[in-house]
Design a protein around this ligand. Sequence first.
Ligand SMILES: C[S@@+](CC[C@H](N)C(=O)[O-])C[C@H]1O[C@@H](n2cnc3c(N)ncnc32)[C@H](O)[C@@H]1O
Length: 226
Amino acid sequence: MSTPRFTVEFGKNDPLPQDGRLDAAAFHRNHAAIAPVLGVFLRDRTGDVLEIGSGTGQHAVAFASKLPAIAWWPTDLDDNHLRSIKAWRAHARLANLRAPVRLDASEADWRLPALGLPSAFVAMFCANVIHISSWAVAEGLFAGASRHLAAVGTLFLYGPFKRDGRHNAASNAAFDESLRARDPAWGVRDTADLKKLGRANGLRLTELIEMPSNNAIMAFERINPA
Ligand SMILES: C[S@@+](CC[C@H](N)C(=O)[O-])C[C@H]1O[C@@H](n2cnc3c(N)ncnc32)[C@H](O)[C@@H]1O
């Protein structure tokens, strides 16, 4: 399969390791900061977490290892990334890390039961995807969260975000420009647009947690959890 236009390929310029495990530099900078945030929400919970755009699979391994009562379901749509996730999973041998599944978040129906996945999740986690893909992916992600979050469930978005129309750092403004130069449909998303998209899908922003390097985690929950 050819690589989709909106996919960023890790390790594109490096030879793939024999078993397919890819290494994302950003993972090493961000996972230790993200893990405790997920831990606060998920430490005392059991159930399933769906990860969208898992990339190398390193987050899946890191977070599944810290949350043994959670079953972690990694997904992506890129063949090399699915291979990498599979290889990291084989390497880590974690009982609670499920096999990766191909999922295009922009699709209107994710067909989760047909793919062997649960249909309700205590959380969904999506890092560094919605600025490196078209807005349709953000729309698909929120619609999917609306369909598949448990009544008391949280959608976590990690990445850089504009704050009500303004960049929070010059480096993020430059990053935004470079993304748009690569593809006009890409770009750092705005918290206001994401809050609006959340509301349209019955979700409200419950927390915006500042993270290192001018990133943040946005946490969304159901407006009517009944
Ligand atoms: C920059 S990488 C981030 C990967 C990983 N979450 C991380 O933070 O290291 C973006 C990922 O989103 C995936 N992706 C892009 N468009 C997607 C879509 N429509 N549905 C699901 N995943 C997508 C890409 O294949 C890639 O793995």
